[in-house]
Structure formats: structure tokens, C-alpha cells
Write a protein that binds this ligand. Sequence first.
Ligand code: FES
Length: 98
Amino acid sequence: MRDDPDIPRFRQLTEGPSVEIIFEGTRLTVPKGISLAAALLLHGLPAGRIGALSGSQRCAYCLIGQCFDCTMTIDGVPYRQACLTPVSEGMTAERQVA
Ligand code: FES
């Protein structure tokens, strides 16, 4: 299977209300009620931590709160799981080394 960067892997299936969040200083409009991890994946952004030992970019993997690869600083609080955190208006998020 070819990995074409122009074809999004995730897309929004239905239209509805949205909220605005800020990811590492960039404002994003995302569907209301979805998780932060899903919102970032929808925008093709990294939805995960930075490996503490390797320095490599991780990505949300399980999306059910088990792997902790989605650990981020959310609204100034570190070590929160983006896959278990619903987006809210004005939410801020940054990747973190974890
Ligand atoms: S993606 Fe696995 S815990 Fe969040």
C-alpha cells in the first residue's frame, strides 16, 4: 500500500459544532466532543509524547488510555493523556518529553 502524504489518513465524517484549541501556539478548529488525540490526528499533527530516552516522536497508539504514548501537557498540566481528554474551547496543548 502506498503512503501518499496528500491523502489524509483521518477525516471528519459528520459536520457539527466545533471549538478552537491551541496546539503549540497554532490555533486549530476541531469538532466539539472528540478527544485531543483525535483532533490532532484529524489535522495530521503529532498526537504524542517525545521519547525521554530516544528523543523520537511517539504517536497516540491505542486511543483507549493504555499505552501512554499520547502523554502531553494540556492546559499547563503535564502527563495528561490526550486520548482521554475531550477538547474544550481555548484548550492549550504541547508535546512533552516523557
Ligand atoms: S493513545 Fe494510548 S494511552 Fe492514549
